[in-house]
Ligand binder design. Structure first.
Ligand SMILES: Cc1cc2nc3c(=O)[nH]c(=O)nc-3n(C[C@H](O)[C@H](O)[C@H](O)COP(=O)(O)O)c2cc1C
Length: 436
C-alpha cells in the first residue's frame, strides 16, 4: 500500500483570473469566490488552503508600480487574508485555512489575539504562515527606512515566537468553567500574565481571548536559508518549500527533519509540502499545448520577471532576455526562491529560465493527464520520502475551471491510487496533518 501524502493549495487574496477565455473574475473582494474555492477543495479533502500575502505595492520591476497595477500581477491589489480566513472558516467544516501574517507588521499581542479569534471561528482549523517580510517597500510602510537584514529578522522572529507562545498559553485549557451555581465564567487563577521582556518585544499579557481549539494555530513556514530552515524546523507544523529538482526536494526535507530532531522534535510532526503548478489536459498533447500557450505569451515572461523582482528587490527588467544572468544574484529578500529560479551554472538564458524550466513557482514539472500527473506525484513522493504538495497555478491566479481540473480530475486519480485521503478523520488542522 502506497504511503499517503498531504495536499495544500497556494493562492492569495488577489484579483483571480479575470481576462482569460474561461475566467469571469476580477472582483472577488466580498470573499464569496474564495469561499466557493474552499468548498471545492474541502470536497477533495485538501489539508489546507493557504493565502500568501505581501504588504506593499512593489516598484521593484523597472522602478515603477506600472506593471504590477496594470496587469494585476498577483502582487496587487492584494487584500488582507485574515478576515477572509474567518469567512471561509465559518463556511466550511473540515478544510484548514492558512493566512500569512508578518512578524514585522503585527505587534505580537495583536497577532496572538487575531489567531486565537480566527481559530475559534474556524473550529480549530486555522493556520498562520509565519513570514518576516522580504521587501524594503513593506518595511517602509511600517515606518522603517529599509528591511532589517535576514539574520536579524529571524533573531527577532524567534523572540516573537517565544512571546506569542506564552500569550497563547496564558489561558489554561480549563480556564472557562461557566459555572451557573457560583456565577463564574472564567476561573481567574487559570489565566496568567506573561510579563515578557525581551530584547525586541515586551508584553504584559494575559491574552484577552479564550484559549482556542488548537491552543495555538497550526504553524506554517517557508524558510529557505540556513537560518530560515532552522526557524521552520523549530516552529512549523508544515513547511512549504520551493526546490528545483527531486534531489533538492529530498535534501531539503532530510535537512529540516534533521534540524527538527536537533530541536527535540519528532520530525514526523512536520509536513513538508512542495510547491507545484500542474498543467492538466484530457490527453498528453492537450496538456503540452496548454503549457506551451501559457509560457509563450509576452505577458507570462513579464509576469514571471516582475514577480521575481518583487520578492527579491532585484530589477529583472535590466537584464537581457537572451543572455544568461551575468552573475549569481543575491538578495536580502527571498534567496531560496531566487536560487530555484536562477539555476546558477545551468547556462540558460533569462528567457529560457522563465519559459523552459519549472522556473519560479514549481519544484517539479507536472504536465499531462490527471492519471499521468498522479503517477508522477506518487513517484516523486516515493523518492523524496514525503510529505505532500502545495498546489498552485503558473501565475498563482485561479479560476473555477482550474480548481475543477484539480479537484475533479487530479485528486480522484490520486485517490484511486491510495495516495491521498478520501475523508477527513480529525477535527483540527494539526490533527489532520499528523494523521499520516
Ligand atoms: C511556497 C512559499 C510561500 C511563501 N509565502 C510567502 C508569503 O506569503 N509572504 C512573504 O512575505 N513571504 C513568503 N515566502 C517567503 C518565505 O517566507 C521566505 O522568506 C523565503 O522562503 C526565503 O527564505 P529565507 O527567508 O530563509 O531566506 C514564501 C516562500 C515560499 C517558498
Amino acid at each position: 500500500m502506497a504511503k499517503r501524502f498531504h495536499l495544500g493549495w497556494f493562492t492569495n487574496f488577489t484579483a483571480d483570473e479575470w481576462n482569460t477565455p474561461f475566467a469571469n473574475g476580477g472582483s472577488p473582494w466580498d470573499g464569496k469566490f474564495y469561499v466557493e474555492i474552499a468548498q471545492a477543495l474541502e470536497r477533495a479533502c485538501f489539508d489546507y488552503l493557504m493565502f500568501e500575502d505581501k504588504l506593499s505595492v512593489s516598484e521593484a520591476y523597472g522602478g515603477t508600480t506600472e506593471v504590477y497595477l496594470k496587469h494585476a500581477l498577483g502582487m496587487v491589489p492584494k487584500h488582507d487574508p485574515a478576515p477572509l480566513a474567518a469567512v471561509i472558516g465559518a463556511a466550511t467544516s473540515h478544510l484548514g485555512i492558512v493566512a500569512t501574517m508578518s512578524t514585522m507588521a503585527y505587534p505580537p499581542f495583536l497577532l496572538a489575539r487575531l489567531c486565537s479569534t480566527i481559530d475559534h471561528i474556524a473550529g480549530g482549523r486555522f493556520g498562520w504562515n509565519i513570514v518576516t517580510s522580504a521587501e524594503n517597500a513593506a518595511a517602509q510602510n511600517f515606518g522603517m527606512d529599509k528591511l532589517p537584514p535576514r539574520e536579524l529578522r529571524y533573531e527577532m522572529a524567534h523572540e516573537y515566537m517565544d512571546l506569542v507562545y506564552r500569550l497563547f498559553d496564558s489561558w489554561e485549557p480549563d480556564a472557562v468553567v461557566m459555572d451557573r451555581e457560583t456565577g463564574t465564567y472564567a476561573d481567574f487563577t487559570k489565566v496568567h500574565p506573561v510579563n515578557f521582556e525581551g530584547k525586541y518585544f515586551k508584553s504584559r499579557g494575559p491574552l484577552n481571548t479564550v484559549r482556542s481549539p488548537q491552543g495555538r494555530p497550526t504553524l506554517v513556514q517557508a524558510g529557505g536559508s540556513p537560518k530560515g530552515r532552522d526557524f521552520a524546523a523549530k516552529h512549523a507544523d508544515s513547511i512549504i518549500a520551493l526546490n528545483s529538482s527531486l534531489e533538492e526536494m529530498k535534501a531539503f526535507r532530510d535537512d529540516v527533519r534533521a534540524r527538527a530532531e536537533g530541536h527535540g522534535r519528532n520530525p514526523d510532526d512536520i509536513k513538508v509540502l512542495f510547491l507545484v503548478a500542474p498543467v492538466l489536459g484530457a490527453t498528453e498533447q492537450d496538456a503540452r499545448d496548454k503549457h506551451a500557450r501559457m509560457r509563450s505569451g509576452s505577458q507570462f515572461i513579464e509576469y514571471s520577471l516582475a514577480l521575481m523582482s518583487a520578492i527579491t528587490d532585484i530589477d529583472f527588467s535590466k537584464y537581457e532576455l537572451d543572455k544568461p544572468l551575468p552573475e549569481r544574484l543575491v538578495t536580502n529578500g527571498e534567496q531560496g526562491s531566487l536560487d530555484a529560479f536562477q539555476q546558477w551554472g545551468s547556462g540558460k538564458t533569462l528567457r529560457e529560465l522563465v519559459q523552459n524550466s519549472s522556473g519560479a513557482i514549481a519544484s517539479i514539472e507536472l504536465i499531462g493527464t490527471p492519471d499521468r500527473v498522479a503517477d508522477k506525484m506518487g513517484d516523486a513522493m516515493a523518492t523524496v520520502g514525503g510529505d505532500g504538495f502545495l498546489i498552485t497555478t503558473p501565475t498563482q491566479a485561479i479560476s473555477r475551471r482550474v480548481i475543477n481540473e484539480v479537484t475533479e480530475g487530479l485528486v480522484p486519480a490520486l485517490q484511486r491510487r491510495g495516495l491521498v485521503r478520501t475523508e477527513y478523520t480529525h477535527k483540527t488542522l494539526r490533527e489532520n496533518l499528523r494523521a499520516f
